[in-house]
Design a protein. Structure first.
Ligand code: GDP
Ligand code: MG
Length: 439
């Protein structure tokens, strides 16, 4: 999905604003990327329509390129598509909260039982697991072992008792022991069949659960959304848990479930360890799907910074190439306000991630830079080419600031590099060049 979307953005590079015409091709790429990610066609259609409607007529924001604006719109629509907000688990007002887990075989139900107990235990809840998969003794053993691992009691009644009867007994025991949360594991099947649905309906009637969560495997793509729909119609569910997200690179299931079934994904599993369960955050998922670094916060921050009074003047200077060391300092400090230069660079698609160590390094070099600029004459600050042309001047600046000549040379080169980079950012670029320093 990510690479398909990147193609879409690239087609917009160099455009001034988003128009009906210039978004046609990127929208086609987005459509293809979604279909390849196994998102269902009706969902793709609605999505593309919503993004197009938003994109056309979006005004020009200085410092933000149209492709970045489109990224932002796509991100917002992705978040909406996945339900917008985090969908929290509900808890019973009185008595134990009962969570019933359902799902096909092998999707991760039994694992989720223990992960969920572990997750809720950390929130101070006192949990009990119920072994309701009576068809395989191994399934009961598996739950008992996992329960021990996370330190949560497991209610078992063997394989001879009906699941609805196990549910009744377990609920009684939970009330007696003042348990806050009862999580019941059930048997899956390879495919949906009537006996499974009947069994679940019966168990549900006995438990009157606060949550009925369908566990689905992210790797099944569109199929996951279809399953959520079917289970919801048959037994009535409150949401889904998407497992094995660690093995899914396409994101189709995450995108479709809410839109297709009307039911939210509440939690996601990202691995086999007991800690690998977390709430489903639509905005983080959208960011992950876009996989483009944090473009969104870049767009927002750029909007913010560009609103500042000197932005306009600065831009004029950059465009006229009258950019000197005074501006360099001013700009570098303005960028520091945005969270430091390297962080900003890291937000730009295709530039890769920036580590905290790199950020610290950048802040340190800002200090060094300031020292050297202070050692320049006012004339040198205004005419950086003086330093580019004269090794003697660079040597003097080095001596006065207590830095090496090499550091001064680097600073001068950096100024010109930055000029080019900023022209790039402002979208007025193509054609800046970095002069070679004369010796
Ligand atoms: P059940 O048949 O639905 O109860 O599925 P299980 O809980 O027994 O899980 C089936 C297999 O999937 C096990 O090997 C689990 O370790 C594995 N599994 C479950 N959840 C995840 C997950 O989020 N990521 C990965 N990679 N594996 C998982
Ligand atoms: Mg199981």
């Amino acid at each position: 999905l990510t690479s398909g979307l990147e193609t879409a953005w690239n087609k917009l590079k160099g455009e001034e604003v988003l128009t009906k015409e210039n978004i046609v091709e990127p929208m086609r790429d987005i459509r293809r990327a979604l279909l390849e990610a196994d998102v269902s066609l009706p969902v793709v259609r609605r999505f593309v329509q919503a993004v197009s409607d938003q994109a056309v007529g979006v005004g020009l924001i200085r410092g933000v390129r149209p492709d970045q604006q489109l990224v932002k719109i796509v991100h917002e629509e992705l978040v909406k598509l996945m339900g917008g907000e985090v969908s929290e688990l509900s808890f019973a007002k009185s008595g134990p909260t009962v969570i019933l887990l359902a799902g096909l075989q092998g999707v991760g139900k039994t694992t989720v039982c223990a992960k969920l107990a572990n997750y809720l235990k950390k929130q101070g809840k006192n949990c009990m697991l119920v072994a309701g998969d009576v068809y395989r003794p191994a399934a009961i053993d598996q739950l008992v072992i996992l329960g021990e691992q996370v330190g949560v009691p497991v209610y078992t009644a063997g394989t001879e008792v009906k699941p609805s009867e196990i549910a009744r007994q377990a609920l009684e025991e939970a009330k007696r022991k003042n348990i806050n949360i009862v999580i019941m594991d059930t048997a899956g099947r390879l495919q949906i069949d009537k006996s499974m649905m009947d069994e679940l309906k019966e168990v549900k009637k006995v438990l009157n659960p606060t949550e009925v969560l369908l566990v689905v495997d992210a790797m099944t793509g569109q199929e996951a959304a279809a399953l959520v729909t079917t289970f919801n119609l048959e037994i009535g569910i409150t949401g889904a848990i998407l497992t094995k997200l660690d093995g899914d690179s396409r994101g189709g299931a995450a995108l479709s479930v809410k839109e297709v079934s009307g039911k939210p994904i509440k939690l996601v599993g990202r691995g086999e360890r007991m800690e690998d369960l977390e709430p489903f955050y639509p905005d983080r998922m959208a960011g992950r799907i876009l996989g483009m670094g944090d473009v969104l916060s870049f767009v927002e921050k750029a909007q913010e910074v560009m609103r500042q009074e000197d932005a306009e003047e600065l831009q004029k200077k950059i465009m006229s190439a009258n950019f000197d060391f005074n501006d360099f300092l001013k700009q570098t400090r303005a960028v520091a306000r945005m969270g430091s230069m390297t962080r900003v660079i890291g937000m730009i698609p295709g530039m890769g991630k920036v580590t905290p160590a790199q950020v610290r390094e950048a802040e340190k070099s800002l200090k060094i830079m300031e020292g050297m600029i202070e050692a320049m004459t006012p004339e040198e600050r205004e005419k950086p080419e003086l330093l580019a042309e004269s090794p003697v001047r660079r040597k003097r600046v080095a001596q006065d600031s207590g830095k090496t000549e090499q550091q001064v040379s680097q600073l001068v080169a950096q100024l010109f590099q930055m000029l080019v980079r900023m022209k790039n950012l402002m979208g007025v670029m193509e054609g800046g060049s970095i002069p070679a320093l004369s010796n």
